[in-house]
Every structure is written in structure tokens, then in C-alpha cells.
Design a protein around this ligand. Structure first.
Ligand SMILES: C[S@@+](CC[C@H](N)C(=O)[O-])C[C@H]1O[C@@H](n2cnc3c(N)ncnc32)[C@H](O)[C@@H]1O
Length: 189
């Protein structure tokens, strides 16, 4: 009787474990498909920059407390948070994903930086960028190609643009530095 009981318990445990594994496999498959489709479309998917690279980018652009920095595709908010906290500027993060925008707002509240940072939950092509003195990006080749004309048209003279990993065709390159396994580019309007 007792043997039957423990056998039943083992079978039950195995079923639960295999169900859990199936759920994890489905989650993995979903993420694989998500990244694959976005990569094939050359979209800028959420891949956060290392903190050390962000500091190098902000130093390269000489960000200071007089600046208003816009991060196009703010992800989890790390760029705007470091810019405001360590470089003293005001910052705006533009992020189209509702989930990531919520994470940004949560992290900003936790850091007590609500007075210095604003998150706009929108496509950056639909946002007027003319107030920015510094723009930061970590996007894709295709996104940069599409963005370059907007930046040229909208930004004021003297605005600095720092782009991690991808160039902005047609903009005036000031400097490029090696940051990890890719280059970061500084442009000026
Ligand atoms: C590579 S991540 C960079 C995140 C963050 N800036 C960083 O450096 O850690 C690119 C981000 O851009 C966002 N994004 C892509 N296209 C966008 C668009 N058209 N408008 C707003 N956000 C966009 C993605 O959701 C993603 O969070």
C-alpha cells in the first residue's frame, strides 16, 4: 500500500517537472522567435549597454548639468539615469515598449530622479527632438539611416549625438572611440 503511494507520488512529481520544462521551452522558443524576427527586420531590440560604455559615451559628449539629453530607445532607463545621477543633466528617455517604459519609470522613482528625468512612451519618430542638446542612441544600422534626416532637420546647431556601435550617414563625425567590441561615434550638428 505504502509502495503504491510513493510510486504515485513519483509519477505525479515527474508530470509536474515535465510540464514546467515544457513551459520553459515555450518561453525560450518565444524569445528566440522574437529576437530572430526583430534582427531579420533590422529593428533595434532591447539589448542594454554595459554601464562602463555608457559612462564613456557621456564623457565623450562632455555631458554636463546645462544639458538636456534625449536617449532614443531608452530600454530600462540606464542611460538617462546615469546621465542625470552622475553627470547632473536633465534627461528624456523615449521608449515605445510599454513594459520597458514602466520599468524606466519604476527605476527613476527608486533613484529619486523624477524631477530630472521624463519618460515618453512613444515611437521616437513621432517626438520632436529640437529641445535636446545631446542625443544618445544604441540602435541598428537601418534605424540610424532612417533617423539621420530627422536629426539633421530638427536638431539645433551645436547639438551632440553619441551613437554606440552604428554610424549616422551624412552627419558630421567629430570623434570615434573603441568601447568594448564596437566603436562609439560622436557627431555634432
Ligand atoms: C539596443 S536597446 C538600447 C537601450 C538603452 N538605450 C541602452 O543603451 O541600454 C534599443 C531600445 O530602443 C527601443 N526602440 C526601438 N525602436 C524604437 C522606436 N522607433 N521608438 C522608441 N523606442 C524604440 C527598443 O524597444 C529598445 O528598448
Amino acid at each position: 500500500m505504502e509502495e503504491n503511494h510513493s510510486q504515485e507520488f513519483l509519477i505525479h512529481k515527474q508530470i509536474i517537472l515535465s510540464d514546467a520544462m515544457n513551459v520553459w521551452l515555450l518561453v525560450l522558443l518565444f524569445f528566440f522567435l522574437y529576437f530572430w524576427v526583430r534582427l531579420v527586420l533590422n529593428e533595434a531590440i532591447f539589448i542594454p549597454l554595459p554601464i562602463s560604455t555608457i559612462r564613456k559615451m557621456l564623457k565623450l559628449a562632455k555631458v554636463n548639468k546645462k544639458d538636456l539629453l534625449y536617449d532614443l530607445g531608452a530600454g530600462d532607463g540606464r542611460v538617462v539615469i546615469i546621465a542625470a545621477k552622475e553627470f547632473g543633466c536633465k534627461a528624456v528617455g523615449i521608449e515605445r515598449s510599454a513594459l520597458l517604459a514602466a520599468i524606466c519609470r519604476f527605476r527613476i522613482r527608486r533613484a529619486g530622479l523624477q524631477d530630472k528625468i521624463k519618460i515618453i512612451e512613444k515611437n521616437y519618430f513621432d517626438v520632436n527632438l529640437s529641445r535636446a542638446t545631446v542625443i544618445t542612441t544604441y540602435l541598428s544600422k537601418r534605424q540610424n539611416e532612417k533617423l539621420a534626416p530627422k536629426l539633421k532637420k530638427e536638431l539645433r546647431k551645436g547639438t551632440r549625438i553619441v551613437s554606440a556601435s552604428h554610424v549616422f550617414p551624412g552627419l558630421k563625425l567629430i570623434k570615434k572611440i573603441k568601447t568594448g567590441h564596437f566603436y562609439t561615434y560622436l557627431y555634432k550638428i
